[in-house]
Design a protein around this ligand. Structure first.
Ligand code: SF4
Length: 201
């Protein structure tokens, strides 16, 4: 199926048709991939940064003691970006971690289990796992830029071992494998529309 020919128009987004493909794959396991996608940190909207800092007390217990100083959680480099609701973003800090195969990770990636401390702390409070998780982290490996929605499976993270699609015995449509991520970017009604489009093929 052609990747970028005539994307599906859903909820004002141009959705890559590749997401309708059947693949013999299933979601990743952090015990296998070590959350390799977190090795470079992530750009966050300044509003997300503010929300994380406002919740610092809840996050700190889930980080190693040497990472609990919230003044070191972000790298201080801010840039304008129209894809952020606030129009401006900043990177999370990246720290050396020689126990990880990448040698360095996002400061929020827990060395002991490779879970994101932001996600872990929300789960511990009984909240949605993505309450504090940056949007682009929750979306990975789905990406969005402008009005496009794509599966980014031809990137260096995949090539270096952070593959988000494990082998599975039976094929499954990608839009089902990544249902949560697609609901996040398209909304529930958009996801249902995508499903109907796939089922009509
Ligand atoms: S914020 Fe969490 S999910 Fe995002 S890169 Fe850092 S550790 Fe990974």
């Amino acid at each position: 199926m052609a990747d970028d020919v005539e994307p599906l128009l859903i909820n004002g987004k141009r959705v890559q048709r590749k997401l309708l493909e059947m693949r013999p794959t299933q979601r990743c396991l952090t015990t296998e991939c070590q959350s390799y996608c977190c090795s470079g940190g992530v750009w966050v909207d300044l509003a997300e940064k503010g929300k994380i800092l406002a919740s610092a007390a809840q996050v700190k217990p889930y980080l190693p003691p040497e990472r609990r100083d919230e003044s070191k959680w972000f790298d201080g480099v801010q840039e304008d970006d129209v894809d952020f609701p606030s129009g401006r973003g900043e990177g999370t800090a990246v720290v050396i971690d020689l126990t990880h195969k990448a040698g360095a990770t996002c400061i929020f990636l827990r060395p002991e289990d490779r879970y994101c401390a932001l996600q872990f702390s929300s789960i511990a409070r009984g909240e949605h796992p993505w309450t504090l998780k940056p949007f682009y982290c929750a979306l990975h490996p789905i990406t969005t830029e402008g009005d496009s929605v794509e599966l980014d499976d031809e990137n260096e993270i995949y090539a270096e071992g952070g593959h988000c699609q494990r082998e599975a015995g039976a094929p499954m449509p990608l839009y089902i494998t990544f249902e949560g991520e697609l609901r996040l970017v398209l909304g529930d009604s958009g996801y249902e529309e995508l499903k109907r489009a796939a089922e009509a093929l």
